[in-house]
Design a binder for this molecule. Structure first.
Ligand SMILES: Cc1cc2nc3c(=O)[nH]c(=O)nc-3n(C[C@H](O)[C@H](O)[C@H](O)COP(=O)(O)OP(=O)(O)OC[C@H]3O[C@@H](n4cnc5c(N)ncnc54)[C@H](O)[C@@H]3O)c2cc1C
Ligand code: FES
Ligand code: FES
Length: 1264
């Protein structure tokens, strides 16, 4: 059992969350403390409870988020500051982040900003964009605003000097308005007041007699020897026993690969395995030393040793920096010739870590009875140079694509190679040495000739099969050369004693927003940066999410049985093995007597298609039994990719067209015509809280209560009712809050809730299911991948006069919301540009992938991404600056869109000008050009991109009760998923009722209070529900009016009398209804506008990139809550940044999703925030906006602004291509991954590694 399961299920401590179960998200972070007797030190670690075996915690104190503070008792400053700095939106990541920070402060009460960033390397947040978290926690640091990595203290500034243009050497700001939070209001942090280590544990630890521990479970025995001899004896007796130290490897195998290890040996606390010994040749680390400890020891040594001895240590530290243990340290150990001491009961032997040590994938020369005692890392010698490299999709906490370590010894006084070691990870099943290349280069001079020979030799030696697991074959081969080239330059630099180039890195974040107008009453909360109402509870772990609802006494757990084939007939289902498994629950009238299985279909149409479900007493039992169900398939041909669907004409109907003007005339008028295409990859929602439902039969009249994490309470209600065969009035759906939704919980949640409700109904017992991260990713679909093909006609000036564009979306195995998503892509096909003659067509590709669905932006980002591609091509083909061509084509007020909607209340031009000036665009451009002239292997790029996002949605309801004590219970149709909707609704009610927010409470969203609601989606929930809340509150105020008139000096409590103090409200967006056939009618209620400018730097040799700066200007009208709105802008931007530059879903050619968790699917982390980020809300004094209190929707529109980063990358690649003599438009698909960037920077190294001929091999993954 893991610590997390124990905390949540046995102790009911649900503050610690489950986000992935694989150590990749940090939601489960707790602090463990241990007293180390031999050093007499108290050690505190931040630990992932999802991987920590309960057995490993003997004599350990565990501190969870509940243990450090609570809203009821007293908040810990770590909890208070993240909440008040607006660093908690959905809050699901918050307890983990709180505990990472807490553990840091326990070890270091005065950290630097760099320590804070390092502490968060294992924590992910999908909502906030990270800035506010860093802002809040910067208040604990000692260096606040100097030239280290820093985050500006407060918001609301504008730069007054252009010095930010280059490397942000100076952080000078001029204040414009008041801050979003006041740090001086925070309770002080006093490290002496922390909870002490339990004295009983301390004395138990000190007085502990030697003795081994043994824990017996139903499938495994855990043996914890207390001495080396005992360890060796046990290993001798149980040669097949698995040794476990941190369990980060074995834990994953047990959880995800169904491995069973009957005997586990846990030697983590044996002193010999934890010691560090300094020898003549180097330093020896015991095999159980943690990587953090190794890092700390090496850092100290580096400070005192002569520099020439540190080369290997520095290389190890370099790899540890981004935390890449197995594959990433092995190359260094190998290149440096580290020695391993292996031991068994009869003695020890020392082996050199070379390529004979690894005998196969995860296999070594260790004999079954042997264990690793220690590793010796040698000092480097004079004239030895060592470097380590790692390339991974994301900089922090990510598995590498290729990792390498290189060591060269030069004959003293010369530049001749005496010894050379080149080792690579990621180029074979094990770490490998490029032996042939190394021997060829011995005796050669370190110069151009050697480089040429090394590259051609490496290209021959470091080859990969085109079908190699992991894919990216050409890229990985090129990397072996590129990394050598980096090493070559580094050594050359050292030989010439050239000084190393360093860049000052300074993270600065600036937000500009409108101040509340002077004279507005303090009681009027509208427009104020009020903290998210649940933020404090979220930070203490007291906020209740669906899976935190306490267990019912007779509750059962459900596990899904899903298809492993993309397209197949089911021939048989054999559940006999599952039926025998412990805990599985009987259902007497089921066909399979003891197993509850619901067969939904005889044909499966995607991998992950739900076939049935198993119910058992616990999650573990249900999941084990589900895995034991055997299914026989008859496979049918599958369509997986868009291209396959086009070839097979596999489309859903209808095919949509929007057409305006005359294409023929337009193309005739054009001076130039170009054609192009682009593919935009899909995206996983990666809400931190996966899908979860708890269904509770009420025992009468077929009533069912459903607790669900859904954006669509009403949809869930109607589908559950349908599945149960009861009217909707028997089903109540309750949604307290969600740990993120982003569209993924709009329709696809019903797939799970209906199954769970059917099981509960069948068994007449409460049934719960929370999908594991891998199941959620496999089953629920995500953002639609799109392929766009275009032909564009334009004048010499750059003015576009004709556009013919076709969109193909990978819809998956059902329509779901795909038609509306495609329509939105078409509605955004011209983004913000006026094109007189235009035709857009949209095709829905029917494929054998899980059904794709709504995702923030809902097709708009894909539509606009293709627009920006042709706009970029136009500029490139004319050789004109892209911002000039974009500006030339921008709409002006009063123009008509291709779907004949007039653009009124147009503020895009203002956003554009504001963004140009705030980003100091022209100076920045000049600086980028200068940089590119001066640097060959790194290039910078710059792009400014606009967005125009249509807002429309249907109706909403609200219900407000006033109780006689004056308190108000408010309910509305929207759900809270972190976007702060409830907070905003309370602000609206507060203004209309004229009472402080503290008198108003929102408990939940439920179908028995506000019926027939729209899903909370499409950015319009504040508009819609706000109007409904306003309506309900105005009704109440009308009823109270006579009492106010009668007693004008009375208080709210005086007026509240025994009249009808309950009112509902309703709002429907007027005059909406677009008709595709006649191209008429209003598609949107209004548009939201924004512009962003980004600057990036790419490493042309590895494809890595850095986000240097982003300036966003967004028009949100009159913000209801600027803190929440800024949070939405930043969160959406970071999600877009993931979409366009980082996140890649890999599917096998057979349609199997290969990326099913944070280990393989990378969402942006703390380190991906642009070094300089400026977010401004367009100042607005006019009441021109149609939304409630003149607000504009903000949830989705800013997401597309991250395209500015993509096009800045494309700009930088163009600069690299120019160096190789290539100019003009080129295709770059999204995301702009390191692989794509490297391959696009065509140069002499890429030429040495040509890709295999398509069709001659079966690739590991395909572009779907
Ligand atoms: C979120 C996450 C991210 C990760 N990222 C990376 C990454 O980027 N790069 C990377 O390379 N790895 C990565 N890993 C893998 C992980 O960090 C390594 O596997 C780790 O070094 C294993 O250490 P452990 O003590 O936790 O492993 P354990 O699971 O306890 O043991 C690992 C293996 O070593 C064996 N073993 C342990 N001690 C001995 C001994 N004394 N003698 C003989 N055999 C022994 C065990 O039997 C087991 O086979 C990641 C893991 C997680 C959970
Ligand atoms: S790291 Fe433990 S749940 Fe994600
Ligand atoms: S607030 Fe971080 S995941 Fe939602």
């Amino acid at each position: 059992m893991t610590l997390l399961t124990y905390l949540r299920r046995k102790l009911g401590l649900t503050g610690t969350k489950l986000g992935c179960a694989e150590g990749g998200c940090g939601a489960c972070t707790v602090m463990v403390s241990r007293y180390q007797t031999h050093t007499q030190q108290l050690l505190h670690y931040a630990v992932n409870a999802c991987l920590a075996p309960l057995c490993s915690l003997h004599l350990v104190a565990v501190t969870t988020v509940e243990g450090i503070g609570s809203v009821a008792r007293k908040l810990h400053p770590v909890q208070e500051r993240i909440a008040r700095a607006h660093g908690s939106q959905c809050g699901f990541c918050t307890p983990g982040i709180v505990m990472s920070m807490y553990a840091l402060l326990r070890n270091n009460p005065t950290p630097k900003m760099a320590d804070v960033e390092e502490a968060f390397q294992g924590n992910l947040c999908r909502c906030t964009g990270y800035r506010p978290i860093l802002e809040g926690y910067k208040t604990f640091t000692v260096v606040r605003h100097k030239h280290s990595r820093c985050v500006s203290n407060v918001i609301l500034y504008k730069p007054i000097s252009n010095q930010h243009v280059s490397d942000c050497k100076l952080c000078v700001f001029e204040q414009e308005a008041t801050p979003l939070f006041t740090a001086t209001d925070f309770a002080p942090f006093d490290p002496t007041q922390e909870v002490i280590f339990p004295p009983e544990l301390m004395s138990l630890t000190k007085g502990q007699r030697s003795g081994s521990l043994c824990f017996r479970g139903d499938r495994a025995v855990w043996l914890q020897p207390d001495s080396l001899d005992e360890f060796l004896r046990l290993k001798w007796e149980h040669p097949d026993a698995r040794v476990v130290v941190g369990n980060t490897e074995v834990g994953i195998e047990v959880k995800f690969k169904n491995m069973v290890y009957p005997v586990i040996l846990a030697p983590a606390f044996i002193p010999e395995l934890n010691t560090v010994t300094h020898t003549e040749d180097g330093v020896v680390f015991g095999a159980a030393c943690t990587l953090s400890h190794m890092g700390a020891v090496l850092k100290e040594m580096v400070k005192t040793l002569p520099p020439h001895q540190n080369e290997v240590f520095l290389a190890v530290l370099e790899q540890l920096l981004y935390f890449h243990p197995i594959s990433d340290l092995n190359p260094v150990f190998m290149a440096a010739g580290c020695k391993l001491t292996l031991m068994d009961k009869d003695g020890s032997r020392v082996v050199q870590m070379d390529d004979s040590f690894f005998t196969g994938y995860r296999k070594t020369t260790l004999r079954p009875q042997e264990v690793l005692l220690s590793i010796e890392i040698p000092y480097s010698k004079k004239n030895q140079f060592v470097s380590a490299f790692k390339q991974s999709p994301r900089r922090e906490d990510d598995i590498s694509i290729v990792t390498a370590a290189m060591s060269v010894t030069i004959t003293p006084g010369t530049d001749v190679v005496e010894d050379l070691g080149l080792s690579y990870g990621g180029m074979a099943a094990t770490t490998v040495l490029a032996k042939k290349t190394a021997s060829r280069l011995l005796g050669r001079r370190w110069g151009e000739g050697l480089l040429e020979e090394a590259c051609s030799s490496l290209a021959e030696e470091m080859t990969l099969d085109p079908s190699a697991p992991g894919g990216m074959v050409t890229y990985r081969q090129t990397l072996t050369l590129s990394l050598f080239y980096k090493f070559y330059l580094m050594v050359l630099q050292k030989l010439r004693r050239a000084s190393k180039l360093t860049l000052a890195v300074c993270v600065s974040v600036t937000c500009v927003l409108q101040a509340v107008p002077e004279g507005r009453s303090q009681d009027d909360a509208v427009g104020r940066p009020m903290m998210h109402l649940s933020a404090l509870k979220q930070a203490t772990g007291e906020a209740v999410y669906c899976d935190d609802v306490p267990l019912y006494e007779n509750e059962l757990y459900l596990a899904l049985v899903t298809s492993s084939k993309a397209h197949a007939n089911i021939l048989s289902i054999d559940s006999s093995a599952a039926e025998q498994m412990p805990g599985v629950v009987c259902d007497s009238d089921s066909l399979m007597s003891r197993l509850v299985t619901f067969l939904f279909s005889v044909q499966v149409t995607c991998v992950g298609h739900i076939i049935g479900a198993v119910v058992a007493d616990t999650q573990l039992h249900a999941q084990r039994a589900a895995k034991a169900v055997r299914i026989q398939y008859e496979e049918l041909p599958a369509v997986v990719t868009i291209q396959e669907a086009i070839a097979a004409q596999s489309f859903y109907q209808p095919i949509r067209t929007i057409q305006k003007g005359d294409l023929e005339v337009g193309f005739k008028q054009a001076d130039h015509i170009l054609e192009g295409e682009m593919h935009i990859g899909g995206q996983e929602h990666f809400y931190l809280e996966t899908n979860v439902t708890l269904a509770v039969p009420r025992g009468e009249d077929g009533e069912m209560e459903v607790f669900a994490s859904t954006q669509s309470a009403s949809k869930t209600q109607s589908l559950v009712a349908k599945a149960l065969g009861v009217p909707a009035n028997r089903v109540v759906v309750r949604v307290k809050r969600m740990g993120g939704g982003f569209g993924g919980k709009e329709s696809r949640t019903t797939v799970l809730s209906t199954v769970v409700a059917v099981a509960a109904n069948k068994l007449k017992r409460p049934v719960r299911c929370m999908l594991d991260r891998d199941e959620d990713m496999l089953i629920t679909g995500g953002r639609h991948p799109f392929y766009g093909k275009y032909k564009v006609g334009f004048l010499n000036s750059g003015k576009v006069v004709a556009l013919d564009v076709s969109y193909y979306s990978n819809t998956g195995n059902s329509m779901d919301l795909s038609l509306s998503v495609l329509e939105r892509a078409l509605f955004h096909m011209e983004n913000s540009y006026s094109v007189a003659n235009v035709r857009g067509r949209g095709y829905l590709c029917r494929t054998n992938l899980p059904s794709n669905t709504a995702f923030r932006g809902f097709g708009g980002p894909q539509g606009m991404m293709v627009t920006e591609s042709w706009m970029n091509d136009v500029a490139q083909s004319l050789g004109k600056p892209s911002e000039e061509v974009r500006r030339l084509n921008l709409y002006v007020e009063g123009e008509l869109t291709p779907y004949n909607q007039i653009l009124d209340q147009f503020t895009l031009d203002r956003c554009w000008d504001e963004c140009l000036s705030r980003s100091v665009y022209q100076e920045r451009r000049a600086a980028v050009d200068l940089y590119n002239r001066q640097n060959r292997w790194t290039k910078r790029g710059l792009a400014i991109v606009p967005t125009k996002f249509g807002i429309s949605f249907t109706a909403a309801g609200a219900l407000a009760h006033i109780y006689t004590d004056g308190s108000v219970l408010l309910t509305h149709g929207g759900t809270e998923m972190g976007q702060g909707l409830h907070t905003k609704m309370v602000q609206v009610a507060s203004r209309v009722l004229g009472i402080p927010c503290s008198k108003i409470h929102i408990s939940e969203t439920s179908t028995n209070t506000v019926p027939n609601t729209s899903p909370t989606a499409a950015s319009a929930s504040s508009d819609l529900n706000g109007a409904a809340v306003q309506n309900a509150c105005e009704t109440l105020m009308k009823r109270l009016e006579p009492y106010k008139t009668k007693n004008p000096k009375g208080t709210w409590e005086d007026w509240v009398s025994r009249i009808n103090l309950s009112a509902n409200g309703f709002y429907k967006t007027p005059d909406l209804g677009y008709d595709f056939d006649s191209n008429s009618g209003r598609a949107f209620n209004y548009f939201s506008y924004g512009v962003a400018c980004s600057e990036v730097e790419i490493d042309c040799l590895t494809g890595a990139h850095r986000n240097l700066s982003t300036t966003i200007v967004m028009d949100v009208g009159h913000s209801l809550n600027p803190a929440i709105d800024i949070g939405q802008v930043e969160g959406a931007f970071m999600q877009g940044l993931g979409l366009f530059t980082l996140e890649e879903l890999h599917y096998s050619p057979q349609g199997v999703l290969l990326t099913r968790g944070p280990g393989s699917y990378k969402i942006p982390a703390f380190g991906d925030i642009p070094t300089q980020l400026t977010v401004s809300l367009l100042p607005s004094t006019e009441n021109i906006y149609p939304g409630i209190f003149s607000l504009q929707a903000v949830g989705e529109p800013p997401l597309f602004l991250a395209a500015s980063v993509f096009y800045a990358i494309k700009d930088a690649i163009s600069a690299a291509r120019v160096e190789s003599g290539i100019s003009g438009p080129f295709r770059l698909d999204s995301p702009a991954s390191a692989e794509r960037i490297r391959n696009a920077c065509s140069d002499r190294f890429t030429k040495l590694c040509p890709p295999a001929e398509p069709g001659t091999f079966r690739p590991w993954s395909v572009q779907v």
